[in-house]
Ligand binder design. Sequence first.
Ligand code: PMP
Length: 443
Amino acid sequence: MNRHVSSGMPNDLQNYWMPFTANRQFKQDPRMIVSADGMYYKSSDGRDILDGTAGLWCVNAGHNRPLITQAVQEQVAQLDYAPSFQFGHPKAFELANRVADMFPDGMDHVFFTNSGSESVDSALKIALHYHRMRGDAARTRLIGRERGYHGTGFGGISVGGIVKNRMHFGSMLTGVDHLPHTHDLERNAFTKGCPEHGAEKADALIDIATLHDPSTIAAVIVEPMAGSTGVLMPPKGYLKRLRELCDQYGILLIFDEVITGFGRLGAATAAEYFGVTPDIITTAKGLTNGIIPAGAVIVANKIYESAMENADAPIELFHGYTYSGHPIAAAAGLATLETYKQENLFERVADLAPYWEEAVHSLNGTKHVIDLRNLGLVGAIELASRDGAPGARGMDVMVKAWEKGIMVRVTGDILALSPPFIIEKAEIDRIFETLAEILPTVD
Ligand code: PMP
């Protein structure tokens, strides 16, 4: 099958202000993608690029999957749009059923959004709303974590802990505190899987709760495995400890599973993988395999029921989006979940994980490498920063990998890998062999 179209580069690249991109640099030497199939992108200069990142952590089943593309095409022709408020269409309800089936027991209610950022802001609002519905309106504080990434809405950057995403945007939400991050190279470098040390960092919640009075805290939000900050695995016991403390204080626990949801660790959710059930889970990305924007917030039954029982108006939650549960996203989501199931793709991740782990750690001893991390089908290669130019070395490796036909993602000097679940062992080898070749050649 050759669906790769010939390139045709636009004459002018200036009008498009690209997100999270060094625009001036990019526009001098653009990396353009024109089509995709299976594990591969095609660049505008006609090269095959092995997708080591599933796009932006979203194309979990690989590109151009027939079931999904067909479902989208059929849905476009059948029902392009239906109002999401006060009217329904069957596929949104079906998708909610399927998601609820996959997610932890007791979390049976699904609120649809269009992105991870919207899922996070929705989750924070739902948490605040829940306490109000129960007559506990003093619970307004939100707790995030240093280095946390929760998208780019004001709620998300407020609870998020990535300084550059916050510093130029004025006031954040008030009443927000942050737990310390869990990155600890001194004690945990080169650990395979979850690090041994650091569970005690969850106890910082005790200090925050004591400082403010626990009865003022609405929710704690963390990524069970922090992705965009450079891939930080939770220390063993950390998430369980957070759960215990939240229970003790009556605080809701939110897992931001925008990356880990839908199979990335080899189970449907990180909650299932770690055996820790939060009260709210945010998702997006893998819900529709990246084919169309969509997200979902999955809530514990007590949260939904509380809104249904206690609402003082016929509409129980004054929140939502024009495109919540969009028919095309719903059709894409149903076909995506069906593809995961038919091809046992989450089991495939679990089966590949040991091989992947060895491949990641094969870079131990390679020039510049100061840490290697892995879990499920996620890998991170942390490089020492070049003196006076943090991020420059990571960027150089990313560009060289692109030139050699491998897509890797870079945050600062940390390379992140998260391929589609259909990756073959030979392709895993190619990724790490290429990186082993490139790393010694960069300054
Ligand atoms: N939360 C997490 C954990 C994420 O990784 C991301 C995206 N990388 C988001 C939220 C935001 O998602 P989006 O870009 O779809 O708004």
